[in-house]
Design a protein around this ligand. Structure first.
Ligand SMILES: C[S@@+](CC[C@H](N)C(=O)[O-])C[C@H]1O[C@@H](n2cnc3c(N)ncnc32)[C@H](O)[C@@H]1O
Length: 253
């Protein structure tokens, strides 16, 4: 059994205990990983879509742009010389803002954690990639939920990953030039994207067709194991502790 799966015991109708494999992320919590990532990669520019109280923003101490129509960043999240806050949707931000007027060399690291619907995330990815340079890293939250019940289109209270997981098969299918990795960071994994191409128009050209094609697909039908197995696993604890693994897999700025 894969190390990031575990077993659970479930009595059936007759009371017999069945052992069923349950997928789980057993690495560093995503906020702990982001902090270590920031310390090791030392980015000079950070773009964040979806800030809320600034917990992920606080992991980075470089110049930052953060975008959220409803942000309430705590003081610790603003502990850097320059934070550019845009209190608006990401679609409006990208429409109105020339990111290169703030970061002329492009964004070193982007973290996408805004609206948890796949068509929104696909647009965020397309727009963020345009603001990147070839050595940028795009980190995406919530793409590897372990349970289909977290993946509805509408939040029901409590944990909600939404259906942003659909970005994984879309990128796999349309952008074979990208390097995709899955990090085992609870609660819902991180997708790390490298070898980005700010000039690529493939996703933009195929946006409507991809959104239409994946609209009826549910994670129950698609399968959690299939989704997780489509992207190479990198163990977050090993990554931050092993200098060689880091230099083989991650950019430093
Ligand atoms: C899960 S929270 C972000 C959490 C934060 N990244 C962290 O890790 O601490 C998602 C955020 O996305 C924001 N959001 C919702 N729709 C958005 C949109 N269209 N554009 C940008 N942000 C959006 C919400 O207001 C919410 O604060």
């Amino acid at each position: 059994m894969d190390q990031d799966t575990m077993e659970t015991t479930q009595p059936d109708a007759e009371g017999t205990v069945q052992r069923a494999p349950v997928m789980s992320h057993t690495g560093l919590h995503y906020l702990v990983f982001l902090k270590r990532f920031s310390q090791l990669a030392r980015p000079g520019s950070y773009l964040e879509i979806g800030t809320r109280d600034g917990s992920s923003l606080a992991a980075f101490d470089c110049d930052a742009i953060c975008v959220d129509p409803n942000m309430r960043p705590k003081p610790a999240a603003l502990n850097r010389p320059r934070t550019f806050c845009f209190q608006m949707t990401s679609d409006r931000f990208f429409h109105e803002t020339d990111v290169r007027s703030i970061f002329p060399h492009g964004v070193d690291v982007a973290f996408l954690d805004g609206m948890h619907r796949y068509e929104f995330l696909l647009r965020d990815f397309i727009n963020a990639e345009r603001c990147c340079h070839p050595r940028s890293t795009i980190v995406v939250h919530d793409c590897f939920p372990a349970e289909p019940r977290l993946t509805g289109r509408v939040p029901t209270g409590g944990a909600w990953a939404g259906d942003v997981w659909k970005l994984v098969p879309i990128l796999n299918e349309l952008r074979k030039d990208l390097v995709l990795r899955r990090l085992d960071c609870p609660p819902t994994g991180l997708l790390v994207v490298q070898n980005v191409d700010p000039g690529s128009e493939t996703l933009q050209r195929n946006y409507h067709a991809a959104v239409k094609r994946y609209a009826p697909t549910t994670l129950e039908e698609y399968g959690v194991e299939r989704l997780w197995s489509e992207v190479e696993l990198v163990k977050s604890r090993e990554l931050v502790e092993d200098e060689e693994l880091w230099s083989l897999t991650m950019s430093t700025y």
